[in-house]
Design a protein around this ligand. Structure first.
Ligand code: ZN
Length: 427
């Protein structure tokens, strides 16, 4: 199927996927590559790829039949990971009414469009943290089969939350979109356990739940705790029993602490964390995934009025708390909340994080080796033998200029080339 798709794209005048070497031998010849663990550039950057895997880095010899991709002037880095996306969503137009106007099919088409954008931006692995109709699960299958182009996906099913909470659908008349454990609304220990089991049954590879209220919903203050300690404990215990990781959406300090205590793998946003919450996260080894929006990327004035106040309260505090989390040594993984944030601009949060005190090497680690540690996958995130051939390139040293990642020149996923320097965007 992959090969058929490639041929179709080429026959369309190269408007789609560029295939140099589907499933064959390729050698990438760049000026250097990023050893992300050491935090330095190694020169040169010659990477030999076979059947989707990295076989050798700067080898002494290369098989004669390998096709060369000339990446002179480029530095290779591992494909990036965004651990918090919503590929099937955005906040344009009539987005607050979509739950009663769109089916899963609509979501899937939007997801396909954004999956492609995300891959072309250099992100070869993402998590989808909650989607209706198991769209994230289906999108991942479609990408694996080669029906659509996109990153590797670790999908949640429905996000789990309390009745009337951030992960419920609120603001409509009674009787409209009343949800239950199957569609993510579950109250009490018994129901949350059932909800976790149901999401896993239908393909969830990560469980997402709402520990606190949120910004883009019409319930109370964004920081307010929603699930009780007992409910969070039950969610985490059940998911971990199945070997499934848990991501907790949490803005307020009480909810963050309860989630950390319950044993979640990551706290998403962690916007209003206090010193105690950071200390607990550090001690437990819990990741914080703090999305930081650069100016002009998320327009507060475009949100409905009640949500604007919440955003104005939370956003600046989250920036201050990101700096504190870096200083406190909390584990950080890179997640943008793309969906709320513009798809395809995933890399634009690196520069602001560096401005807020994270070193460029750590910023890159947060989107590679630290992200893969959070995901529990050891087959990607570095340029070294036996890793997936998920490799990108930028025209310079990203450790000196992190913003280079905003315009990647080359994208390879699973040994297939999707973007080449000078070939322009193929969106
Ligand atoms: Zn989110």
């Amino acid at each position: 199927m992959k090969k058929i798709l490639i041929m179709m794209c080429l026959s369309l005048g190269g408007a789609g996927l560029i295939s140099v070497s589907a499933l064959a031998q390729t050698v990438l010849r760049a000026d250097g590559y990023l050893d992300v663990v050491a935090g330095k550039i190694i020169k040169p950057g010659v990477v030999y790829v076979e059947h989707g895997k990295i076989i050798a880095v700067n080898p002494k010899s290369i098989p004669d039949n390998a096709k060369t991709v000339d990446l002179t002037g480029q530095i290779l880095t591992p494909g990036l990971t965004d651990v918090h996306t919503h590929l099937d969503g955005d906040i344009s137009g009539d987005w607050t009414n979509r739950p009663v106007r769109e089916t899963g099919v609509d979501l899937a088409f939007r997801g396909a469009k954004n999956a492609r954008k995300t891959l072309m931006a250099g992100f070869t692995t993402v998590r989808i943290l909650g989607s209706s109709n198991f769209v994230g699960v289906a999108l991942n299958k479609a990408i694996e089969k080669g029906y659509v182009i996109g990153p590797r996906i670790i999908p949640a099913g429905y996000s789990l939350g309390i009745t009337g909470g951030h992960c419920d659908t609120t603001g409509f008349i009674p009787g409209l979109l009343e949800r239950d454990y199957r569609t993510g609304v579950a109250d009490g220990v018994e129901e949350v356990v059932k909800a976790v089991r149901y999401q896993i049954k239908h393909g969830a590879k990560v469980i997402k739940f709402c520990a606190t209220a949120g910004i883009l919903s019409f319930e109370g203050p964004a920081g307010a705790q929603q699930y009780s300690q007992n409910e969070m404990n039950a969610i985490v215990t059940e998911a971990h029993r199945h070997g499934i990781k848990v991501a907790a959406h949490a803005h307020g300090a009480d909810g963050i602490k309860a989630a950390v205590q319950a044993g979640v793998d990551s706290v998403e946003h962690a916007s209003l964390a206090d010193d105690e919450a950071r200390k607990m996260a550090k001690e437990e080894g819990t990741f914080f995934v703090m999305n930081i929006y650069p100016p002009g990327q998320v327009i507060i004035e475009d949100l409905p009025l009640p949500l604007q106040a919440k955003a104005r309260y939370v956003f600046p505090r989250r920036e201050q708390n990101f700096t504190r989390a870096v200083k406190a040594g909390v584990k950080l993984a890179y997640g943008t909340d793309a969906g709320v944030y513009p798809h395809g601009n995933n890399a634009n949060q690196f520069a602001i994080k560096v401005q807020l005190g994270q070193s460029p090497a750590d910023a890159l680690r947060s989107a590679t080796v630290w992200a893969t540690e959070l995901l529990g996958v050891e087959d990607r995130g570095q340029i070294k033998p036996d890793m997936f051939a998920d490799i990108i390139a930028v025209p310079g040293n990203p450790l000196n200029d992190i913003a280079l990642l905003e315009n990647v020149s080359f994208v390879m996923k699973d040994g297939e080339v999707y973007k080449l320097p000078g070939a322009g965007s193929v969106e």
